[in-house]
Design a binder for this molecule. Structure first.
Ligand code: OGA
Ligand code: MN
Length: 208
């Protein structure tokens, strides 16, 4: 999808509003995708990823039984090479504010690597003591993913569950407060760009 039209965005936002999640395939254009994949590989080579923690800052525990991913937080000011990607995230932010009447002022994103055999147990993305995450955003970056590779995003509903394959350039948006979800065991390394749309800057979130 080179560029998402206003009508397409409207349809996606309708879906998000009615089912609390939406899947958007081929989100980045070819150039943006290539850039992101290159930057991702570089950062893996530089060993910049850290074992992911659980809970908001100040309450971090590393619990392997809950999540097994490694993450690298991005900073728009210093990670300037990612600017083309941040511009696309700006686009998501504007659409959410305009069509979903949200008041997103900021976002936080990290690169995530799930090594073979890792997973993330059922959870919500809002922390008890920090509820400023409105919408979760995941862009999957797995070339040639096939059934059996695992690592699907499982969304739990009252009526059952939906499994979403982590396909290359597939974007998933879901409500951070109400969508119970998990990452199923990944049988191969699983890469994504993952983040959250915030209703106030994350630096203020620790204050209440
Ligand atoms: C998370 C998460 C889902 C995914 O990082 O909180 O639930 O599919 N990620 O990577
Ligand atoms: Mn989550």
């Amino acid at each position: 999808m080179a560029k998402i039209s206003a009508a397409q965005w409207e349809q996606f936002m309708d879906e998000l509003a009615t089912q609390e999640y939406v899947v958007i395939d081929n989100f980045l254009d070819a150039k943006e995708l290539q850039l992101l994949l290159e930057l991702f590989e570089q950062r893996k080579r530089q060993n910049l990823f850290e074992k992911a923690a659980i809970g908001a800052s100040g309450n971090e525990k590393i619990i392997n039984e809950i999540r097994g991913d490694y993450t690298l937080w991005l900073n728009r000011k210093t990670d300037t090479l990612f600017e083309a990607i941040f511009l696309r995230i700006d686009e998501i932010k504007c659409v959410l504010n305009r069509l979903c009447m949200l008041s997103i002022s900021d976002f936080e994103f990290h690169l995530a690597v799930y090594p073979k055999g890792s997973f993330y147990q059922k959870h919500y993305d809002q922390f008890n003591n920090r509820n400023n995450r409105l919408i979760s955003v995941v862009l999957y970056l797995n070339e040639n993913w096939i059934q059996g590779n695992g690592g699907e995003l499982r969304i739990h509903k009252d009526t059952g569950h939906i499994d979403i394959a982590p396909l290359m350039n597939r974007l998933v948006l879901f409500r951070s407060d109400v969508v119970l979800h998990e990452v199923l065991v990944s049988n191969t390394e699983r890469n994504s760009l993952t983040g959250w749309m915030l209703h106030q800057p994350s630096i203020l979130a620790n204050l209440y």
